[in-house]
Ligand binder design. Structure first.
Ligand code: SF4
Ligand code: SF4
Length: 86
C-alpha cells in the first residue's frame, strides 16, 4: 500500500507562539517550546515521533505563514520494512 509521509518545518523567524496550529492539529504533532528564543518567544515545534496526515490545517491556520508541510518520498522497500516492523 502507498504510504505518504509528511515533513513539518516551523519557520521560527515568523512564529509568534500563538498556539493556533496546536489547537488545529488533531494528531498532536505540534507543541510550544518551553524555552523562549532570543526574541523571548516560545515558538511552535514538532514531535518527530508523531505521524502527520498532511491535512494542512496547521499551515492554513497559521496567521504568520510559519509552517511548511512537505510530502516526502519514502522508498518502497523502506516503507515495506517499516510496515513489517510495525
Ligand atoms: S498537516 Fe495536519 S496532521 Fe500534520 S502537523 Fe499539520 S495539522 Fe497536524
Ligand atoms: S500558528 Fe503559526 S505563529 Fe502560531 S504558534 Fe503555530 S506556527 Fe507559530
Amino acid at each position: 500500500m502507498d504510504r505518504k509521509h509528511y515533513e513539518i518545518v516551523i519557520l521560527e523567524q515568523y512564529c509568534k507562539g500563538c498556539g493556533l496550529c496546536i489547537e488545529f492539529c488533531k494528531k498532536g504533532k505540534l507543541y510550544i517550546r518551553q524555552m523562549p528564543n532570543k526574541q523571548g518567544i516560545q515558538t511552535a515545534a514538532v514531535h518527530e515521533d508523531v505521524d502527520c496526515t498532511g491535512c494542512l490545517h496547521c499551515a492554513t491556520m497559521c496567521p504568520d505563514a510559519a509552517i511548511e508541510v512537505t510530502q516526502v518520498d519514502v522508498p518502497v522497500g523502506k516503507a515495506a520494512a517499516d510496515g513489517a516492523q510495525g
